[in-house]
Design a protein around this ligand. Structure first.
Ligand SMILES: NC(=O)c1ccc[n+]([C@@H]2O[C@H](COP(=O)([O-])OP(=O)(O)OC[C@H]3O[C@@H](n4cnc5c(N)ncnc54)[C@H](OP(=O)(O)O)[C@@H]3O)[C@@H](O)[C@H]2O)c1
Length: 203
């Protein structure tokens, strides 16, 4: 059985998007600085069925290639799905489970890469694990990470830490319970414009 892992890019002050994020302002005010390292190297990695090509430094490319190869399914929240406008039907990973209260019927069709889960995060993780088999399930949104941590469902956290202070926006470690969650740092990779930090969640 694979692990449940988290991966997002975070500002040094703890935000994964700046203020006023939305479909016309994907990463919020100033938030595009979070993804500079995605496009500033020479090592090309295609994602989203080749519809997008990222350009990483060799250090970032190595750690991300390893991670991408391990991912067998992904879980996202509905805000990210809406802001990304369903990635034009080519999500960055599939099978792709979207946690939501309401199913967007236009995406319920033969060959849709999306499965919409309306009965909560535990159900989404269970379904994604089944789809992933021996591979990992990757979680890529803030609210889903928070719920997974509160429910004891997360095995590993990878933060791509970017040296920018956004001052506001979508805070990654929000809405957590009162009990501390202990982590063990298992890997650090320093790369141009980003530090990759991997932690095991101690349970
Ligand atoms: N920095 C990065 O690496 C990175 C990567 C991707 C995205 N982002 C940014 O992250 C932000 C989105 O993160 P987010 O945490 O605000 O939102 P999110 O996790 O993408 O979506 C939250 C929404 O998912 C649905 N949802 C969540 N839990 C649910 C549950 N238990 N049951 C039913 N529905 C549930 C609800 O939508 P409904 O009630 O509408 O169904 C909720 O409003 C965006 O700004 C995006 O651009 C950053």
């Amino acid at each position: 059985m694979g692990k449940v892992v988290f991966n997002m890019t975070m500002s040094l002050d703890g935000f994964v998007a700046g203020p006023n994020d939305g479909p016309e302002n994907g990463l919020g005010d100033g938030g595009e600085a979070l993804f500079n390292w995605y496009f500033s190297g020479d090592t090309e990695i295609p994602i989203s069925d080749g519809n997008m090509v990222l350009k990483f430094s060799p250090q970032s490319a190595e750690i991300l290639k390893e991670a991408f190869e391990r991912y067998g399914a992904g879980v996202w929240g509905r805000r990210t799905f809406d802001i990304a406008q369903g990635w034009g039907g080519h999500p960055p990973g599939s099978p792709c489970f979207i946690v939501t209260h309401t199913v967007p019927q236009e995406w319920v069709k033969e060959g849709s890469p999306f499965a919409f889960v309306t009965d909560g995060v535990e159900s989404a993780i269970r379904q994604a694990k089944k789809a992933a088999g021996d591979k990992d399930v990757v979680v890529c949104t803030a609210s889903i990470l928070q719920q997974c941590l509160n429910a004891g469902l997360m095995d590993e956290i990878q933060i791509d830490l970017v040296p920018v202070l956004l001052g506001g926006g979508v805070r990654l470690f929000d809405h957590l319970g009162a009990e501390p969650i202990e982590l063990e740092r298992t890997r650090v990779v320093e790369a141009p414009g980003v530090t990759h930090l991997i932690y095991r969640v101690i349970r």
